[in-house]
Design a binder for this molecule. Structure first.
Ligand SMILES: *Cc1c(COP(=O)(O)O)cnc(C)c1O
Length: 400
C-alpha cells in the first residue's frame, strides 16, 4: 500500500484535506511546505532532530507489557506505548521539537500555538525556551480553568498565555485566535499547530513528526514477541498521536487500527466530540473532514471530560483511512474513560491522561473478547498529573 505517500501536492488524502484558508495565508503555507520538504531531505536536520528526541525528549519511549491489566481483563495480552514518560508528559513534544527546528531554519524568532488541555502549549513553551524564541499561547478561558496547572507551567517557561473569551471559550476559538495572530505577524512568526489537522502541510507534517511512535512500537513488538500485534488502539482528538502510531502499521493489513473518540455524556448534539459517530463532511479551520455541525453548517458545541479530545473536527487522514476501510473509529464516554483512568492507576500504578484513558477504555471492552494469543497495543499518549484535580472532583474525592 502506498497510503503513507499521501497527501497529494495540494494536500488531499482522497477527497479530504486541502488548503481552505484566506488568500493571505496561501503564500506562507506554501513556503512552509517547501521548507519542510527541503528539511526532510537534509541529513543535518534529521541528525539534529534525532539527537534532541533522544537526549532532550527521552526517546525511545518504552513498550510496556501490562501484566496486571492483562490478567484483570482476561483475554488478549496488552502492551502500553509509554508516551506518558516523555519530557513534558505527552506525545505533543515530538511535533513541537520538529517544528521549532523548522522555525529556526526559516529564521523565525517568534512562535505561537493554540492549546486545549495545555499539553501542546506546554510543549511549545518548552521548545521556545530551549531555542530562545518569543512564545505566545492562545487558550480558551474554560480550558485555562480546568487546566490551571499547565497554565502555570507555560508561564514559568516564559510564554505569554492569552485567554480566549469568545464562543465556547475552548480549543476551536483558540485556533481562530492563533490564525489571526499568524496572518498579522507572518514575517516574524511560525505557527506551531499541535495536531494532524488544519491546512496542508500541517496534517502531513505533524504525522511525519509523530510517526516515530509507531516506528518504535513496531520494532519493539517484533523484538519482544517476534510478530506484529493484532490491534492498535489510540485516542483521537485532532488525531496526531493516533496517526503517529498507525502510520508504521498501515501497510500491515493484518493489524487492526482503531481510533477512539470522545463520547462525552451521550451521542447527542452538544454532549460529545465523536465526529465520526455524530458528524458529517464539512470544512473547518483549513481542511475538509468530518465535523460536528448542524443542518445549516453551524459548528456544534462539544463536550468531553478531556480537554484534549474536545474539538469539533478530526484530522483529514483519519477520514481517509476510515473511508478506505483501513482504520475504524469507536468512542468511549466520560464515565468509561474515568473508569479506565481509575483502573490503570490501581492495577498498573500508572496515572494516564484522561485523553489516553479513552483508548484504555476501548481496550477494556475488546480485550476480554479476544483469545490469550492475541496482542493489543494501546498508545498511552500522556500522563494524568494534569488531570488529577478534575478527576478527583468527578469522583467526589475529599481533598484537604
Ligand atoms: C492533545 C492530546 C491528545 C489529543 O490530541 P491528538 O492530536 O489527537 O493526539 C491526546 N492525548 C494527550 C495526552 C494529549 O495531550
Amino acid at each position: 500500500m502506498s497510503i503513507v505517500q499521501l497527501p497529494d501536492e495540494r494536500g488531499y488524502f482522497g477527497t479530504y484535506g486541502g488548503m481552505y484558508v484566506p488568500e493571505t495565508l496561501m503564500a506562507p503555507l506554501n513556503d512552509l511546505a517547501r521548507e519542510y520538504e527541503s528539511a526532510r531531505k537534509d541529513p543535518a536536520f534529521s541528525t539534529e532532530l534525532a539527537s534532541l528526541l533522544k537526549d532532550y525528549v527521552g526517546r525511545p519511549s518504552p513498550l510496556y507489557r501490562a501484566e496486571g491489566l492483562t490478567r484483570h481483563l482476561g483475554g488478549a495480552t496488552l502492551y502500553l506505548k509509554r508516551e506518558d514518560l516523555l519530557h513534558t508528559g505527552a506525545h505533543k513534544i515530538n511535533n513541537a521539537i520538529g517544528q521549532i527546528l523548522l522555525a529556526k531554519r526559516m529564521g523565525k524568532k517568534r512562535v505561537i500555538a493554540e492549546t486545549g488541555a495545555g499539553q501542546h502549549g506546554v510543549a511549545t513553551a518548552t521548545v521556545a525556551a530551549k531555542f530562545g524564541c518569543e512564545c505566545v499561547i492562545y487558550m480558551g478561558e474554560v480550558d485555562m480553568k480546568r487546566q490551571a496547572l499547565n497554565v502555570a507551567r507555560m508561564k514559568f517557561l516564559g510564554a505569554t498565555v492569552v485567554p480566549v473569551k469568545v464562543g465556547q471559550r475552548t480549543l476551536k476559538e483558540a485556533v481562530n485566535e492563533a490564525m489571526r495572530d499568524w496572518v498579522t505577524n507572518i514575517r516574524s512568526t511560525h505557527y506551531i499547530l499541535g495536531t494532524a489537522y488544519g491546512s496542508h502541510p500541517y496534517p502531513a507534517m505533524v504525522r511525519d513528526f509523530q510517526r516515530i511512535i509507531g516506528d518504535e512500537a513496531r520494532a519493539q513488538i517484533l523484538e519482544k514477541e517476534g510478530r506484529l500485534p493484532d490491534h492498535i488502539i489510540a485516542c483521537v482528538g485532532g488525531g496526531s498521536n493516533a496517526i503517529g502510531i498507525f502510520t508504521a502499521f498501515v501497510p500491515d493489513t493484518q493489524v487492526a487500527l482503531t481510533g477512539v473518540e470522545a463520547g462525552g455524556r451521550a451521542i447527542v448534539p452538544g454532549e460529545h466530540a465523536a465526529r465520526f459517530a455524530g458528524g458529517s463532511l464539512g470544512v473547518l479551520q483549513g481542511t475538509r473532514s468530518y465535523i460536528l455541525q448542524d443542518d445549516n453548517g453551524q459548528i456544534l458545541n462539544t463536550h468531553s471530560i478531556s480537554a484534549g479530545l474536545d474539538y469539533a473536527a478530526v484530522g483529514p487522514e483519519h477520514a481517509y483511512l476510515r473511508e478506505i476501510g483501513r482504520a475504524s473509529y469507536a468512542y468511549a464516554t466520560d464515565d468509561e474513560a474515568l473508569e479506565a483512568f481509575r483502573l490503570l492507576c490501581k492495577i498498573e500504578g500508572i496515572i494516564p491522561a484522561l485523553e489516553s484513558s479513552h483508548a484504555v477504555a476501548h481496550a477494556m471492552k475488546i480485550a476480554p473478547t479476544l483469545g490469550s494469543d492475541k496482542i493489543v497495543i494501546v498508545n498511552l499518549s500522556g500522563r494524568g498529573d494534569k488531570d488529577v484535580q478534575q478527576a478527583a472532583q468527578f469522583v467526589g474525592m475529599e481533598l484537604p
